[in-house]
Design a protein around this ligand. Structure first.
Ligand code: FAD
Length: 349
């Protein structure tokens, strides 16, 4: 059975996309984003409700308990963005410590995702590393994995360096996100794998930030192809590979690549002579990841086939800032969101 059964039967723009439709999407998206700041806050809140798990940890836990029955596990994100002063990082550290306590106390199948710029990465590297270490060390006590989200190109090298610095401090319960659209990604995969060996652990996504053409692919087909090549490179390097895309051509490619390498539900990862010890809740060398509220039917289809599926679950009070920033960064998101609201059958929660 295809994981896509139950998803929209109408032809997706992702299967055959023309440059004309991309231009229309861009125009439509930018128009929405231009007018969005004038929308009443409650309208934005109503939209955000679909994509966030609530304002506090209790609501996030309730949501995870409900969704666990769908075979999902989670990566929890505390909503928030780049800080302007190092003092602001204390709040994030405390909140993440509470998240870790909750994961342990509740026994919920979850790990955490953090944005390095919320811990000061673009202000002071040493302080940011100490902040990250504090969270990663606490997580390691309970074998909980920590993912460093990848932000825009100002933070790419610093984020990779932060993860490698934790490895060199004996903490290997950490991994980065790499973005398929970036020209540098294949080299980043090789250099991380060279240093971290079989403990390398990536999330691969297309990348939400619209980066300049000097450093990234900007065309839909090129981004899909590059993302697929990165998936293959990660799999061939023996790294744990978390495939984070809702796009049919990427998911279908990943399934074929996994099968051709003997990876799949219920099998031991065949790429290593002896098993690699990983954190709690990891799949057999790979997993699929989805954003909360996006293409639940595909996610449930994959889970039904036995694949490990993880939901990225943001919660917190800063949903307005989070939503507006995502929309500004990539107006295509506005088109996806509008389409979801007007044609809910194309994108089930
Ligand atoms: P698209 O072609 O953009 O989307 C395919 C289809 O999915 C769309 O047609 C639409 O139906 C649906 N869809 C996609 N996004 C939305 C949405 N927001 N709302 C409604 N429907 C939608 N990017 C980073 O730069 N750094 C990160 O750390 C990062 N972490 C991520 C973690 C996870 C778990 C996921 C799933 C994505 C993450 N991303 C991150 C975002 C990613 O880079 C893409 O921008 C995003 O996933 C859209 O790309 P896509 O592959 O889903 O394909």
């Amino acid at each position: 059975m295809s994981p896509f059964s139950g998803a929209s039967k109408s032809p997706s723009r992702n299967c055959q996309v023309s440059s004309h439709s991309v231009t229309c999407m861009g125009f439509f998206g930018r128009t929405i984003v231009t007018f969005l700041p004038f929308a009443p806050r409650f309208v934005v809140g109503w939209v955000a409700k679909r994509y966030t798990a609530g304002e506090n940890l209790e609501q996030a836990l309730e949501m995870m308990r409900q969704m666990s029955s769908e075979g999902a596990c989670f990566t929890i994100d505390v909503l928030g963005e780049e800080i302007q002063s190092l003092e602001e990082s204390s709040w994030f550290i405390k909140e993440y410590e509470s998240v870790l306590d909750l994961i342990v106390e509740s026994g919920i199948d979850a790990n955490i995702s953090i944005k390095p710029t919320a811990l000061g990465l673009l202000i002071d590297t040493n302080t940011a590393h100490s902040n990250i270490e504090r969270i990663v060390r606490k997580a390691s006590e309970d074998q909980i994995f920590v993912r460093l989200d990848m932000e825009d190109n100002r933070a790419t090298q610093a984020t990779i360096d932060a993860a490698l610095a934790m490895h060199s401090r004996g903490l290997d319960n950490i991994g980065v996100v790499l973005q398929g659209r970036m020209f540098r990604t294949p080299e980043d995969i090789s250099s991380v794998c060279e240093l971290s060996g079989p403990k390398s652990d990536f999330r691969i996504c297309k990348g939400i930030y619209l980066e300049p053409p000097e450093i990234s692919y900007t065309n839909y087909n090129d981004i899909v192809d590059a993302t697929n090549r990165s998936i293959d490179l990660m799999l061939d390097s023996g790294a744990y590979t978390a495939i984070a895309s809702h796009d049919k051509p990427v998911i279908e490619h990943a399934i074929q690549s996994l099968e051709s390498r003997g990876l799949g539900p219920g099998t031991e990862d065949p790429r290593h002579e002896s098993p690699v010890s990983r954190c709690k809740g990891k799949g057999p060398g790979y997993e699929f990841q989805f954003l909360l509220g996006v293409r639940g039917n595909i996610r449930r289809g994959l889970a039904k086939q036995g694949h490990r599926t993880r939901v990225y679950l943001p919660y917190g009070t800063k949903w307005y800032e989070y939503g507006m920033r995502r929309l500004r960064e990539n107006p295509d998101v506005a088109v996806h969101v509008t389409k979801t609201l007007l044609m809910p059958w194309t994108n089930r929660r």
